[in-house]
Ligand binder design. Sequence first.
Ligand code: ZN
Length: 110
Amino acid sequence: MAKKYGKKKNDIVKEAKNHIASLFEKAKFEAGTRHWLANRYVTLARKVAMKFKIHMTREQKRLFCPHCYRFLLPGKNLRVRVHEHRLIYYCLDCKKFWRKPLDKKKKKIN
Ligand SMILES: [Zn+2]
């Protein structure tokens, strides 16, 4: 692949990462008004990540549903509840839920 584009692999990966970041920025921007477009941006970002075998950041991963890959917007298609020191995320599109531990020592909540 490096030969084909005349670039080093690191540069291609860097470009792909930037591309993913910009796609998520666009998705965030569109989520309130054109949710279907935000979903499309998530699909594209996932495709880019899979093609170049890039791991998405923690912040990027929490923006979409791990089951149906739709962009999550609290109050629109995401419900968040606290239960037994855990956060329960419930996707209103695919009706599936997942949990995240609520660590009291770390104040950063994902
Ligand atoms: Zn879902």
